[in-house]
Ligand binder design. Structure first.
Ligand code: FAD
Ligand code: 2HG
Ligand code: ZN
Length: 509
């Protein structure tokens, strides 16, 4: 039976990330990971080591010592990733405030052959955002100016270090929304989002960042400022160089400014949380949602029983419906409250009559919608709280979408605390999570390359939205053909001849 809470004129949702994992490392609640060079087979490149003279030079570029961090305790958080899977030992963190400072830093580092790791909010899940060895961290934290929000064109122009959640609030004030939304929005930077081509919870509606990002300003390894800041959707003037920086994870340049198209905010938002018996029912409900809801469908998420159990137990949350093997979170956003409600009601009534949806709740009341979203968004964090979590972010055909969860569950048996599957079914993107008490080579070897070979056999993608970073470089070959890998290597060589930008990331070493 579908329960309904009606409250017209619902405001837009504001979602925030759960607990800060840094605090957990600092307080000793979570184990500090082994150094990357000890956990994984990787060899330091032929880069120079930072000297006192280099530190003095950085202080002169950044106008003093306050934006050049060298104290071990200040640097710790910049060396460990969110997952607690990789740890570098950088001695220096630089915090530029503008593009010219980034350009001067890179010009100098390139001349000295000092390796650099660009860092945004450090919420990346593939080990790309922290140094592998002693690379200098260039943090974009202080580059957080919003330059312009134009309500007529919907264009936002800002520096790369703006936090996604802050941008969401600011564009909301002008009747717009950010075209992407993710659980880490309270800490991730828009520059990090663009560098990873982040997907998230709204991609089904607004498409990916290759479409929404209208312009990019980036600094190349040699310190050249590339002004690609177009403010138009239509601009067919030769090669679209901006795309090279979208999704290249800091290996081709440091993004410093962006121009992004923000769609108009919807007046009417509804969230449905549904209980289902099987994966087949989930697949059929997705098809019914696409057909029945059409243009108002703005999120379509799948959650399995163990995933929901994890977020509810770890964060003491209450599910609005009874227990089922699968759940779906469906969001609609439109401009006409009565029209949207009618569509949603018809879709739900039909789905229940046909027996594909067993139970559900629908709301447009902001607090209730926020609480439902929390159940989904906090799954990622909750599984890390089991101790350690192996995370696989894969694209799979819908007919094989959930089988891998069952196969992995059988393969790892009692070595895992939980093997769960959830994710953006609307975009064929599964998050397979394997949580355990701590990282062990035994479980790691059972999972990799198994998961990637499986993915490759069904012609899926080894990274749907999180990128390649450090953790997936050797698996890139499962999704990219040799001629593509060769061209990627040639482009890297051309744009970063000394290989100083985020070495050991994306391209196989
Ligand atoms: P970082 O983690 O700091 O960096 C990521 C990569 O980008 C690194 O390679 C880094 O070197 C590079 N980089 C960062 N800034 C720049 C810059 N200005 N110029 C050049 N390179 C740069 N991802 C999704 O796609 N969808 C999700 O739904 C999603 N949900 C998440 C939920 C949680 C709870 C968490 C912890 C993570 C989630 N992620 C998700 C992953 C992560 O949040 C995204 O990858 C995000 O885009 C990273 O942004 P960041 O600013 O934290 O970048
Ligand atoms: C999400 O959709 C994120 O919640 C994180 O992409 C997924 O942690 C994960 O596996
Ligand atoms: Zn995701």
């Amino acid at each position: 039976m579908i329960q309904r809470t009606v409250l017209t004129g619902a405001k837009l949702l504001k979602r925030t990330v759960g607990s800060s994992l840094y605090r957990q490392f600092a307080s000793g609640h979570r184990e500090i990971p082994a150094l990357t060079k000890e956990r994984y087979p990787v060899k330091r490149g032929q880069f120079a080591e930072v000297t006192d003279g280099d530190v003095s030079k950085f202080k002169s570029i950044l106008g003093g010592s306050s934006r050049v961090l060298t104290q071990a305790e200040e640097i710790q958080g910049y060396n460990i990733d969110y997952l607690g899977s990789v740890r570098g030992y950088s001695r220096v963190v630089l915090k530029p405030k503008n593009t010219e400072e980034v350009a001067e830093i890179l010009r100098y580092c390139n001349g000295r052959k000092l390796a650099v790791c660009p860092q945004g909010g450090n919420t990346g899940l593939v080990g790309g955002s922290v140094p592998v060895f002693d690379e200098i961290v260039v943090s974009l934290q202080l580059m957080d100016k919003i330059e312009k929000i134009d309500e007529y064109s919907g264009i936002l122009v800002c520096q790369a270090g703006c936090i996604l959640g802050t941008l969401e609030e600011k564009v909301n004030e002008k009747g717009l929304v950010m075209p992407l939304d993710l659980g880490a929005k309270g800490s991730c930077h828009i520059g990090g989002n663009v560098s990873t081509n982040a997907g998230g919870l709204r991609l089904v509606r607004y498409g990916n960042l290759h479409g929404s990002v209208l312009g990019v300003e980036a600094v190349t390894a040699e310190g050249r400022i590339m002004d690609l800041m177009s403010n138009f959707k239509k601009d067919n003037t030769g090669y679209h160089l901006k795309h090279l920086f979208i999704g290249s994870e800091g290996t081709l340049g440091i993004i410093t400014r962006l121009s992004i198209f923000c769609p108009t905010a919807s007046k009417s938002v509804n969230v449905a949380f549904l209980g289902l018996e099987s994966y087949d029912a989930v697949k059929n409900t997705f098809l019914a949602a696409k057909r029945g809801l059409g243009e108002i469908l703005s999120s379509c998420e799948m959650i399995d029983e163990l995933s929901l159990e994890s977020s509810t137990q770890h964060f003491n949350l209450q599910s609005p419906i009874d227990k089922y093997p699968f759940y779906m979170l469906i969001e609609t956003s439109g401009s006409n409250v009565a029209h949207d409600e009618e569509k949603l009601t018809t879709f739900l009534e039909n789905s229940m009559e046909e027996g594909i949806v067993l139970d559900g709740t629908v709301t447009n009341e902001p607090t209730k919608m926020r609480n439902i979203w929390k159940l989904r968004e906090l799954i990622a964090d909750s599984l890390i709280n089991d101790g350690y979590c192996f995370k696989y972010d894969i694209s799979l055909p819908l007919e094989n979408f959930y089988d891998i969860v069952l196969a992995v569950r059988e393969r790892v048996g009692p070595l895992a605390t939980k093997v769960t599957g959830y994710g953006h079914i609307g975009d064929s993107n599964l998050h397979l999570n394997v949580s355990c008490q701590k990282f062990t080579p035994e479980i790691y070897k059972l999972l990799e390359p198994f998961v990637y070979e499986y993915t490759s056999k069904v012609r899926g993608s080894v990274s749907a939205e999180h990128g390649i970073g450090f953790l997936k470089t050797k698996y890139l070959k499962y999704s990219k053909r040799p001629e593509s890998l060769l061209l990627m290597g040639q482009m890297k060589q051309m744009m970063d001849p000394n290989g100083i930008l985020n070495p050991y990331k994306v391209l196989p070493c």
